[in-house]
Write a protein that binds this ligand. Structure first.
Ligand code: FAD
Length: 472
């Protein structure tokens, strides 16, 4: 009996337990045939930015190459059509079961439920196993069984539970010869063609991810604790695209980490991804709503001026060099340094007084590493309405952050050519330089010090009243 494996956010062959189960299933049934299926929602695809479109297509093409052309891609006009598109493949294959990696974010859960119901209606079972995390959301819990909302105790619980070792792909033998075959019982429509331009050629795929990991281990892992916050250095792994598309599993990375300081800090960053996955699983509304509901009552700006400011932020024309460099890095590469993500997010919420969702939507449109949990909670952490313990009072100063994390100004000069004529860290304060605006760089759209005060004033308005003293 042919088995259908439905690829989702696990576009790899190795360390993919759900795929190994599909291969085993086909071997036990004696067919040794697996359909490796990816179903594209064309409507969602067309809404993506050019870079994101190219990034998905590159990932699918790379997966197909690693399967010697065996990937079957089917298209659906919208998300509601996806179950039927998958059902067509199952019918054509005469399969009795579909196997996939379990998704935990709200959109994946909803889709898997719909696909599961549709398949059940045609007598086919959907089996879900494993996840995109080392420890699946919902597993790490406090001793009383409730979930964690604070990172550090979560991290301790996560470490105590541990995870299993990576498992190699079981569709090949020890010498690399295939032990099963990929089959296509219906026309392969191929990876969707991007409808928008991308300013870069996106590199993707499992082999590329493994090479990037090897390079990072040699080049930067040992210095990771010192360099990871420096926007001007390449001190981080750049593996977020691969992790978001499942081209590499975090188990593969964790298995090679030791106790050295760089390794320890890197493990902690992987754990942030796991923590946010867990928080979103327990609080699915927080994908788009305030984790801390009282913040929805805060006064935010609306109207023409607010729209104009949002447009300036998106275009990297706020007049704050570090913010603008980050937004332009995002637009031209589909990625932004973590420290700079925090700076631009703080600026949107606390200097421009816009709601975090406006920024998160823009990130979703542009980031090739978009992840529903890390994005929503990265934003909420910075906006102060999320999982941080002492949140809203922290307002990032975009100039001081620039001087600290881009001390020579190289990062700003790279992405903001209008400032390329200014040497060193002075690039963070063009208003102090004669000729600072000679090449058309915009003046600041707001005054940071004044907006910081305004932001804290608005916080006062939603502060909970002090509990009444007990009556004598
Ligand atoms: C406002 C905001 C939005 C964000 N949106 C996303 C997103 O959509 N997708 C995404 O993958 N990350 C997101 N992050 C987290 C982080 O910025 C990126 O994971 C990181 O910059 C990716 O670069 P890297 O792979 O070189 O990271 P490295 O420093 O090499 O870290 C290795 C991996 O650990 C994980 N990681 C590292 N830092 C974090 C973090 N703070 N939170 C969660 N996971 C982390 C990522 O999977 C990353 O690839 C966001 C952060 C903020 C502040």
């Amino acid at each position: 009996m042919t088995t259908v494996f439905w690829f989702t956010r696990d576009l790899r062959l190795n360390d993919n337990p759900a795929l190994n189960r599909a291969v085993l299933d086909s071997q036990v049934s004696g067919s040794n045939k697996v359909v490796g299926l990816y179903a594209v929602d064309l409507q969602a695809f067309h809404e993506l930015s050019g870079i994101r479109q190219h990034s998905l297509t590159a990932s699918l093409n790379a997966l197909n190459a690693s399967m010697d052309g065996g990937l079957l891609v089917r298209h659906a006009d919208s998300v509601t059509e996806l179950p039927r598109a998958i059902g067509e493949v199952v019918r054509a294959a005469g399969a009795e079961r579909v196997i996939a990696t379990r998704g935990f974010d709200p959109a994946s859960v909803e889709l898997q439920n719909k696909v599961g119901h549709y398949l059940a209606s045609i007598g086919v079972k959907l089996f879900l196993e494993d996840s995109i995390y080392a420890v699946s959301p919902g597993t790490v819990r406090k001793p009383d069984g409730t979930p964690y909302k604070v990172y550090t105790p979560f991290y301790k619980g996560w470490m105590a539970l541990g995870w299993h070792k990576p498992s190699p792909f079981n569709g090949v033998d020890a010498s690399g010869m295939p032990t099963m075959s990929w089959v296509k019982p219906i026309d392969d429509l191929g990876a969707p063609l991007p409808t928008k331009e991308s300013p870069i050629v996106v590199k993707a795929g499992e082999a590329y991810a493994l090479r990037s990991w090897e390079r990072f281990k040699k080049r930067a892992l040992n210095n990771y604790s010192d360099d990871r916050n420096r926007a001007d250095l390449s001190g981080t792994s750049h593996l977020s695209h691969a992790l978001a598309h499942g081209e590499i599993h975090p188990r593969t990375l964790l298995a090679e980490l030791g106790d050295q300081p760089g390794h320890e800090v890197f493990r902690k960053e992987i754990a942030w991804r796991e923590f946010y996955g867990d928080v979103l699983w327990h609080h699915p509304y927080s994908a788009t709503d305030y984790l801390e509901p009282r913040f929805s009552k805060m006064r935010f700006d609306e109207g023409a001026l607010a729209e104009e400011r949002l447009a300036a932020w998106k275009a990297g024309k706020t007049g704050y060099p570090m913010v603008d460099a980050g937004m332009r890095q995002l637009a031209t590469t589909g990625w932004m340094h973590n420290r700079v993500r925090m700076i631009v997010a703080s600026f949107l919420v606390k200097d421009l007084h816009l709601e975090w969702q406006a920024g998160a939507d823009w990130f979703e449109e542009c980031l090739t590493d978009f992840d529903p949990a890390s994005n929503a909670h990265g934003w909420q952490w910075t906006a102060g309405c999320g999982t941080d313990a002492s949140p809203y009072y922290r307002v990032f100063n975009p100039v001081l952050q620039g001087i600290k994390f881009d001390p020579r100004g190289d990062y700003v000069r790279k992405y903001v050519p209008e400032l390329a004529h200014i040497w060193g860290a002075q690039v963070h304060e063009p208003w102090d330089i004669i000729g600072g605006y000679a090449h058309g760089y915009p003046v600041p759209i707001v005054d940071h010090a004044a907006e910081r005060d305004e932001s804290l004033k608005r916080l006062e308005e939603i502060k909970l009243p002090k509990p009444a003293l007990p009556q004598k």
